[in-house]
Design a protein around this ligand. Structure first.
Ligand SMILES: [Zn+2]
Length: 277
């Protein structure tokens, strides 16, 4: 339905506004079933808008969707679209789901193809998601550092999925992590916060990604462009990752390990962030 959208949030995570243009705008009820299945919580009255570029991070990689608005920048037009959620579909299609606050019944109340618009994302929400997400990487790196220093048994676990949803953030490991290591892991992660290390983004080919990254998922899909986005905590470690991060580890604030649970051979480190370490 829509053409591919340039994922500007992956190039510059600091942007909160972006002027671009509409690729397509349709009632959600006209989406093919496969595409509609990405928007389970949507109402039939919602619309789907695709734009040439986007600063909205779609739900994925454990990070929730951004929310915000898309407003017409055409002279004399006050059309506004409230973005409730964003999904990335196959073939680099990024779709914004939401409602027009302008009357959608009139044809002038919705976007037309090629219309110039300005995107704005919810700044507070993005910052919080980026902090939670970066904290997840720091916990992963803290476990590795401890494995190489004071707690060698942590060298036997393998990093798995991560979830950066507010209130239920966690990093998972295959293998067992004893609950008694909770404080050591928390302290080590907060040490990385205090060091104020730069968080860098690189674009690497598959060979470099597999050989240089600290951990690579067992099944890593090769992007259509063949280039992987990699996030590095400078001097500590790197992961392939498509999410949004912070410029410095210090910006995380503080990390609290809530608990370490173990089930069916998988350990789960649940965590939260606080304003200061
Ligand atoms: Zn990441």
């Amino acid at each position: 339905m829509a053409s591919r959208t340039l994922a500007v949030y992956q190039k510059d995570g600091t942007l909160r506004n972006l002027a671009t243009a509409v690729l397509s705008c349709h009632p959600i009820t006209t989406l093919p079933d496969d595409d509609r299945s990405f928007f389970k919580a949507a109402a039939d009255t919602d619309y789907i808008v695709a734009t040439r570029e986007t600063i909205f991070h779609p739900q994925g990689g454990g990070q929730p969707s951004d929310t915000g608005s898309i407003k017409s920048s055409s002279p004399g037009s006050d059309i506004q679209f409230d973005v409730k959620s964003v999904r990335k579909l196959p073939k680099d299609r990024i779709l914004h789901q939401g409602t027009f606050t302008s009357p959608a019944e009139s044809s002038s109340g919705i976007f037309s193809e090629g219309q110039t618009i300005v995107q704005a994302i919810d700044d507070e929400k993005r910052n919080f998601h980026s902090r939670l997400h970066t904290a997840g990487h720091l916990l992963g790196l803290a476990v590795r550092q401890l494995a190489e220093s004071s707690i060698p048994e942590l060298g036997r676990v393998t990093e798995g999925k991560a979830q950066h949803t507010p209130g239920s953030a966690a990093v998972e490991y295959s293998g067992l992590i004893a609950g008694e290591h909770k404080k050591a892991i928390q302290d080590q992660a907060n040490e990385l916060v205090k060091q104020g290390l730069p968080v860098n983004v690189f674009w690497w080919d598959e060979k470099t990604t597999r050989s240089q990254c600290t951990a690579v998922p067992a099944e890593m899909a090769v992007p259509e462009e063949g280039v992987f986005r990699v996030v590095e905590v400078e001097g500590v470690g790197s992961y392939p990752c498509g999410g949004t991060h912070l410029p410095s580890t210090r910006d995380v604030g503080g990390i609290v390990v809530k608990k370490i649970s173990r089930s069916k051979g998988v350990s789960r480190i649940s965590y939260d962030i606080t304003d200061a370490a």
